[in-house]
Design a protein around this ligand. Structure first.
Ligand code: URP
Ligand code: ZN
Ligand code: ZN
Length: 506
């Protein structure tokens, strides 16, 4: 066989199977064969997996890079210039395409889907897509694609630009928000978006939280003088998420079009999704490692420290929520696990601390804390811990981290290990191959000054990451570069579609 790389002695895992002692032959960036004792010409480069798990390279379908983000008053600021120049991100303390994608490959992720954000005063989404292309081109260690966050769904955007977005740019998914003043859409607008999304075959991702309840609760807490970071959690209790989840499921049922609930955090919201799925509605859900491992007590850290764990939906109070999320992974409620990597450095004055400075509130006000956690690099290893604990099977791990995101978002050549697929692989350490260790932020490759998982014990990590046949990460070292990642045009979802319920008005 004419190959240019062979992985030997692999425990190959796909969403359906586990094959011990297998070889994977790769040619021109594509998998050409999977089998035992594959015969190839002499001199071909080989990697000995030493019996370790080899899984498809991860697809992280929810990542914020080079995206100025702060839902606080007066923000988000418009940093994306309209004159065609590359935005000045000097004040931006999150991850860029360069640093975020570097972190991705160091955690076994080979494709990221990040967000291109339309601001409310943007009349068109096409310049937005072009700007994010400029931010990412030649800057990515891994393959990448975009979702568009729609905040101003004008007739022009919905009727003229959605088809262009799909056909020309290969963007087949969007995200809408039900909360945050600067981003949220009304139910009326969401119906408009879903109607247009259905026509163009777009999958709509939804951030489901009830904005009015959050605002009311925030007002109540502030009236009582409660401003510390952990009150963020109290302002957004589980029913805030569950109510909005139920509402948007109803809107999507009316419109007969698929949705994905992003970053589902609680037992209540997961049950709402499950109920819709039992009714066979095309309702998908995503969760994130922080809702599997972390609870709200983190936000009670001394002083402003708790801001490190402020994200929305918030970390939950009750360990029953963690258990419910793991259950939802096993029983199929969740289609994907993504990182929702939305980082801000903690110590930088433009990072989490940019909400400080008011002498009356030395620890700031929880409502102004930039939302989001870093987690791109830790996503795959954290879920793999679940495999080692027997909480999920290796096949389920693959389904959630790669195969389902590929199908849901139309990445036709990614997400599996079989002839014809891109040779994107994560090769883990064999049993006993590395000693169990405690994570510290210095080990990570993002440019954020903390990890929410500082001190967490890990028993395995990705040893080698391979992107379209090229070794890009080897035993703790990034060996790829920013010319490796390419933009991936996507097709329509093969996992979600309308049920084609007839309605005269449609
Ligand atoms: O707190 C979060 N999740 N921030 C990131 C933005 C979003 O809503 O996904
Ligand atoms: Zn969100
Ligand atoms: Zn997000």
């Amino acid at each position: 066989m004419d190959a240019d790389l062979v992985i030997r002695n692999a425990l190959v895992v796909t969403a359906s199977d586990v094959w011990p002692r297998s070889d994977i032959a790769i040619k021109g960036g594509t998998i050409i064969a999977v089998g035992s004792h594959l015969a190839v010409q002499t001199g071909v480069e080989e990697i000995d997996a030493e019996g370790a798990h080899v899984t498809p390279g991860g697809i992280d379908s929810h990542v914020h890079l080079s995206q100025w983000w702060n839902p606080g008053p007066g923000e988000p600021q418009k940093t994306i210039p309209t004159d065609g120049t590359i935005p000045n991100l000097a004040k931006f303390t999150g991850d860029t395409y360069e640093t975020g994608s570097r972190s991705a490959i160091a955690g076994g992720t080979t494709t990221i889907l990040s967000f291109a954000l339309q601001f409310q005063d943007d009349e068109s989404i096409i310049p937005v897509i072009e700007e994010y292309h400029k931010l990412a081109a030649g800057q990515s260690y891994c393959d990448y694609a975009f979702h568009v966050i729609v905040t101003n769904p004008t007739q022009r955007v919905l009727e003229e630009e959605f088809p262009v977005m799909v056909d020309k740019y290969g963007i087949t998914s969007i995200k809408v928000y039900m909360t945050y003043a600067a981003l949220k859409l009304s139910d009326y607008q969401i119906l408009d978006v879903l109607y247009a999304a259905r026509k163009s075959g777009i999958t709509t991702m939804v951030h489901a939280e009830n904005a009015d309840v959050v605002e009311w609760m925030t007002g109540q807490l502030e009236k009582k003088g409660l401003f510390a970071p952990h009150y963020h959690g109290l302002s957004r209790p589980p029913l805030v998420e569950a109510e909005a989840t139920n509402r948007v499921i109803s809107l999507s049922e009316l419109m007969d079009t698929p949705i994905l609930l992003v970053h589902v955090s609680s037992e209540l919201a997961a049950a709402t999704v499950r109920n819709a799925q039992t009714r066979l509605l095309p309702v998908h859900a995503e969760t994130c490692p922080h809702y599997m491992y972390l609870l709200a007590d983190k936000m009670r850290a001394k002083g402003f420290e708790g801001a490190k764990w402020v994200c929305s939906p918030p970390l939950r109070e009750d360990s029953a929520d963690l258990d419910a999320i793991w259950r939802g992974l096993r029983n199929g409620t969740f289609t994907t696990v993504s990182s929702d990597h939305a980082p801000d450095s903690f110590h930088h004055p433009n990072g989490k601390q940019r909400c400080l400075g008011d002498a009356d509130h030395p620890h700031g006000k929880f409502k102004d804390i930039p939302n989001g956690l870093p987690g791109l690099e830790t996503r795959m290893p954290l879920l793999f811990e679940g495999v080692l604990d027997g909480k999920i099977t290796p096949q389920k791990f693959v389904e959630l981290t790669a195969s389902n995101p590929a199908k849901l978002y139309g990445l036709q050549k990614k997400g599996s290990i079989a002839p014809g697929y891109d040779a994107d692989l994560a090769i883990w350490y064999p049993k006993g191959g590395i000693p169990s260790f405690q994570l510290s932020n210095e080990m990570l490759h993002h440019r954020i000054d903390y990890t929410p998982y500082e001190g967490k014990q890990f028993r395995n990590w990705v040893r080698y990451t391979i992107l379209r046949g090229k070794l890009v990460f080897r035993e703790g070292q990034v060996v790829g570069d920013t010319s490796d990642g390419v933009y991936v045009k996507r097709g329509r979802s093969t996992l979600a579609g309308p049920q084609n319920v007839w309605a005269e008005w449609r």
